[in-house]
Design a protein around this ligand. Structure first.
Ligand code: ADP
Length: 636
């Protein structure tokens, strides 16, 4: 086939532009990226060779330098690429993160900072990092099981060419024509130290030839640069923390430190080893709605099987990455067979239990670290409450909330909330909304505050759904303070019930008047046990969703019907008492209707809700103020 010239996809062009022009403080990462690609390619070929033994080889990654041509070559005998794959994989398919990557880099630039180099790995754009070091890159590749080889060439500007290539065996060779300031990478010692730093655990030998002095003469030696030890099989005491970290970075697409590490070894009925890490921050691709499918890599007796094994861990545990190496699964297991495999289910159960107990430990002994983790991944744990019934109780114990009686920002667990409850408090109270500041002002909290009961602030939109599913915690009801009846201890409850009953009898006319005036706005008007200061508040009926929930459902575009709520009045408030007198004297007056509507509007304002007609409200308030001022003047 003749030579074809193809355009890079726009996002990739922009990306390349950044690679070429940005100066990265640790430019050496291009070696790590290309070696990782080579190792992945061998992983894939090795998996095939399990089912097709004649595909087996002496796997190796070979690095060589040509000082005359000023090139560095990284070659593997892995899976290789067909012509189509070559064009797609490096040139025309931009990963969803590419655009976001460019935005992130540009943002950093605007702020006058250097683009953090770790961004490169996080977005799965590793290959293009070649252009950090080279002004021209040449790829020759031959797909396993095929006879043709292909050659890809580009200077990283706007296009690349694909033509016939040459390779004796399957695999891929990447040749970098090094830029002036990257010529040090032709040096054996330089390469060797970069490999030790980032790629020591790679399971295949990374070899490079170099000359050594032998007396007066020089001779060529072929050395393996990495130790190749499967880090998850080595005793924990022999592995340095930096080695674990570098392995974590390789496997997780996160270039920070993990929040926690788990070394797990199961013996007996099922034998497997696992090395798992908790991420300390949300990987970028998650922010674009992707799930962490590649979190845990499955190996069988050190042979890589897949990095997408559904069922190996619960899906909500997307914050976990690492390796599981099983001795029981057959080597030639197909990906389809892994689904619903009882052995995989057993591993899942064991690891899930361990992960949850590690989280509990972290909460107990490393609170600050856990809170940071929770801020990133709390949503996933909440998803777990929804999905993982068997572990619901353990997950509930990991939830954190702000509360009314604690300072802003302080987080408490449900257990801590319950432990601090006064003996007269029987239920767990919560209120939901989108800001602490707004919730703190809610009239619904008044009586609870007076009773010295604490109230959980549910600030994450999913919290209320989660509570709805839980129903109870530690056998205590989870009650919304903006809904149904509030329940206090027996003595207080009795006292308050009597009070509201009496108020209802005495204020019959008022209730009638208001009901009539607000007929199309509220479901009911009644006296309240919730209020001590404010004149009124709005609450939802026992089995209706709260206002916050209605708002969320609406935002999710569900055709949630707007449900009428109940207007509750504070019998002891001066405004209510005045209104009561007015209703007794002149129930049919126009003023009553107007005041009733203003009262309703005030209740909406108190909960930070939007008024249906703010202009009318402002006009009415202005008129009232004018009346009050005139009255005041005439009295003087
Ligand atoms: P990532 O490795 O994160 O997927 P890259 O930009 O590094 O992203 O590579 C893009 C794709 O090109 C890889 O997913 C792989 O399919 C292919 N590729 C890159 N290097 C090799 C290689 N040495 N052998 C085979 N395929 C490769």
């Amino acid at each position: 086939m003749s030579k074809s010239k193809l355009q890079f996809k726009t996002e990739i062009q922009q990306l390349l532009d950044l690679m070429i022009h940005s100066v990265y403080s640790n430019g050496e990462i291009f070696v790590r990226e290309l070696v990782a690609n080579a190792a992945d390619a061998i992983d894939k070929a090795r998996f095939l060779s399990v089912t097709q033994p004649d595909a087996a080889r002496d796997w190796e990654i070979r690095i060589s330098a040509d000082k005359e041509a000023k090139t560095l070559t990284i070659s593997d005998n892995g899976i290789g690429m067909t012509r189509d794959e070559l064009i797609k994989n490096i040139g025309t398919i931009a990963y969803s993160g590419t655009k976001a990557f460019i935005e992130a880099v540009n943002k950093a630039k605007e702020e006058g900072k250097e683009a953090p180099p770790e961004l490169i790995g996080q977005f799965g754009i590793g290959f293009y990092s070649a252009f950090i070091a080279a002004d021209k890159v040449l790829v020759e590749t031959r797909k396993s099981g095929t006879e043709e080889a292909w050659r890809w060439e580009s200077d990283g500007k706007s296009d690349f060419t694909v033509s016939d290539g040459h390779r004796d065996d399957q695999g891929t060779t990447v040749t970098l024509f090094l830029k002036e300031d990257f010529q040090e990478y032709m040096d054996y010692w330089r390469i060797s130290s970069v490999i030790r730093k980032y790629s020591d655990y790679i399971a295949y030998p990374i070899r490079m030839k170099h000359t050594v002095k032998d007396g007066d003469k020089e001779k060529e030696e072929d050395s393996t640069l990495n130790t190749m030890k499967a880090i998850w099989l080595r005793p924990e005491s022999e592995v340095k923390e930096e080695e674990y970290e570098s392995f974590y970075q390789h496997i997780s697409q996160d270039y920070g430190k993990p929040a926690r590490r788990i070394n797990y070894s199961a013996e007996g009925t099922s034998e497997f080893k696992a090395l798992l890490f908790f991420a300390s921050r949300m990987p970028f691709q998650f922010r674009f709605g992707e799930k962490n499918k590649k979190g845990v890599h499955l190996y069988v007796k050190r042979v890589f099987i897949t990095d997408e094994c559904p069922g190996l861990l619960p899906e909500y545990m997307g914050f976990v990455s690492g390796v599981v190496d099983s001795s029981d699964l057959p080597l030639n297991i197909s990906r389809e067979m892994l689904q619903n495999n009882p052995m995989v289910a057993r591993i899942n159960k064991a690891l899930t239990g361990r992960i949850l107990s590690e989280l509990a430990k972290m909460l107990e002994s490393e609170r600050e670290k856990f809170e940071t983790f929770y801020k990133e991944f709390g949503r996933m744990l909440k998803e777990g409450i929804h999905l993982d019934w068997a572990n619901r109780e353990k997950l509930q114990d990991l939830l954190l909330f702000q509360t009314m009686n604690n300072p802003a920002g302080k987080l408490v667990t449900l257990k801590e909330y319950v432990d601090a409850m006064p003996s007269s408090q029987k239920a767990i109270y919560y209120i939901s909304g989108d800001s602490r500041e707004a919730l703190e002002q809610s009239p619904q909290l008044e009586m609870l505050r007076k009773q010295n009961f604490d109230v959980l602030f549910l600030l994450d939109p999913v919290d209320e759904f989660v509570f709805g599913e839980m129903g109870k915690y530690a056998e205590k009801d989870l009650l919304s303070v903006s809904k149904g009846d509030v329940k206090f201890d027996d003595a207080t409850q009795k006292e308050l019930e009597e009070k509201t009953k009496k108020a209802a009898e005495e204020g019959k006319d008022l209730l009638e008047c208001l009901k009539k005036a607000l007929e199309d706005k509220v479901k009911e008007v009644r006296f309240s046990a919730r209020l001590t200061e404010s004149p009124c508040c709005l609450v939802s009926d026992e089995h209706d969703p709260t206002m916050n929930m209605q708002r969320i459902l609406k935002a999710m575009d569900q055709n949630a019907p707007a449900l009428k709520r109940i207007l509750e009045l504070n019998a002891e408030n001066a405004l209510i008492q005045g209104l009561k007198k007015l209703c007794e004297k002149d129930p049919g007056s126009e003023k009553v209707k107007e005041y009733a509507e203003m009262l309703y509007d005030q209740a909406l304002i108190a909960e930070g809700g939007d008024l249906p007609d703010p202009v009318r409200f402002a006009k009415r308030t202005a008129a009232l103020m004018a009346d009050a001022i005139n009255l005041n003047l005439s009295e003087k």
